[in-house]
Design a protein around this ligand. Structure first.
Ligand SMILES: [Zn+2]
Ligand SMILES: [Zn+2]
Length: 392
């Protein structure tokens, strides 16, 4: 019966909607999860896609250098994602066993780049998992891979889903998608389109970033390679993925990624986009990006805020996307630029809203050439969801 109700969730929802006073308390947990606290948490920033010397095409990028750099620019977490095919899937004895794979301040996630002929993906885990098993089933059917992935208890994410090495597996196996790969913002348009397609089809899929940086700054000039100049244009933090985590632990970072309380900034110093909704219009936010509830048919007040090093005296362009289409464009200025808008999500059917912020780039002195390449992209939010089936 639970399954039937899941299938018929929309009608289950609408039949109980009229006259409902409290949005969350009357719902069965299987219908819409209770919205987690909006204040009992911490914003953490990091990079989810970086290659060290354990990836063969990487240069001047030992693990220690990546971690030290991450710490120097204030990163809270990091996932080094070396190509598993370079070590026949044996990440545990390479990247993770590297004596340099440790930090007293940066939370290190366990991951790798699942590098297959059907595309690339990143598993994320707070603890070591048997990556070899995922590697070994890479050429099997999705239904087999999905079972292994479930047994491993990992978060799985599509990398650079369009174009070269596009992601060809089922999106049903995923928790997230890399919608902003590397500093070259312009090449991500197709990834954004795929994301909107997946969201529109009912998948609650987190959008995340990843620099995909392979090359570090050479320690001495004679160590330079033809790719060394990339270190000045695309490195850890271009872009930066923010998560609103329950606490400062690796597990909380992975959970936040899964839950979608995530936004992406052009670099670690650029402001982050926070996106909230006040469902009962009492002046207090009831949900934030990544959260899902059901529509009451009443208007909802949305609040967007840029937090951090905003460039003063300039105007940011805040674009609201509703169900994959442009909903509105607003201008925001000041030390903490904010935008508010009101809309009524459909009572029947799904609705999502997400935010794209454009404006002046924020300086990233450690990666000085990144500013021109990320163009005027400042940040992306994840969606706020209405009437999404959490069991989809
Ligand atoms: Zn890749
Ligand atoms: Zn990569």
């Amino acid at each position: 019966m639970g399954a039937l109700c899941t299938v018929l969730l929309t009608s289950c929802i609408s039949s109980s909607a009229p006259g409902q006073a409290s949005l969350n308390n009357t719902l069965a947990p299987t219908e819409v999860p209770r919205i987690a606290s909006l204040t009992d948490g911490v914003w953490l920033k990091g990079d989810l896609h970086v290659h060290s010397r354990h990836s063969k095409e990487s240069t001047n990028n030992p693990v220690e250098k990546i971690i030290a750099f991450s710490k120097s620019v204030g990163m809270d977490y990091l996932c080094i994602t070396d190509h598993d095919n370079h070590v026949n899937g044996d990440v545990a004895h390479h990247t993770w066993a590297d004596p340099e794979f440790k930090s007293d301040s940066v939370l290190l996630l366990y991951g790798a780049e699942w590098t297959t002929t059907r595309g690339h993906g990143n598993p994320f885990s707070a603890k070591p998992y048997d990556h070899q098993r995922l590697y070994d089933v890479r050429d099997q059917r999705d239904v087999v891979i999905g079972e292994v992935k479930k047994e491993l208890g990992i978060h799985l994410s599509a990398n650079h889903p369009s174009g070269k090495d596009h992601f060809g597996y089922s999106y049903d196996m995923l928790e997230s998608i890399e919608v902003w790969n590397s500093v070259l913002w312009s090449k991500n348009a197709n990834a954004i389109m795929i994301w909107d397609d997946m969201l529109s089809s009912g998948r609650k899929l987190t959008g995340r970033g990843g620099s995909d940086a392979h090359h570090g700054t050479p320690d001495t000039p004679d160590k330079a390679t033809e790719n060394s100049r990339q270190a000045k244009a695309n490195y850890v933090g271009t872009p930066t993925t923010w998560v609103y985590a329950k606490d400062r632990t690796s597990q909380a970072v992975v959970d936040a990624l899964t839950n979608g309380r995530v936004c992406i900034s052009a670099n670690p110093y650029a402001p982050r986009v926070e996106f909230y909704a006040d469902i009962d219009q009492d002046g207090n936010a009831d949900m934030m990006m990544g959260d899902n509830t059901k529509s009451t048919g009443k208007p909802v007040k949305f609040h967007i805020q840029l937090t951090g090093n905003t460039v003063s005296e300039v105007s940011y362009t805040v674009n609201v996307v509703k169900n994959g289409n442009k909903f509105g464009t607003f201008q925001a200025t000041g030390k903490t630029p904010t935008v508010e808008f009101t809309d009524t999500p459909e009572t029947l059917g799904r609705t999502y809203y997400r935010i794209v912020v454009e404006g002046p780039p924020t300086a990233y002195p450690q990666v000085p050439e990144s500013m021109t390449l990320s163009e005027n992209m400042v940040g992306l939010s994840n969606p706020i969801y209405f009437n999404f089936d959490p069991n989809f």
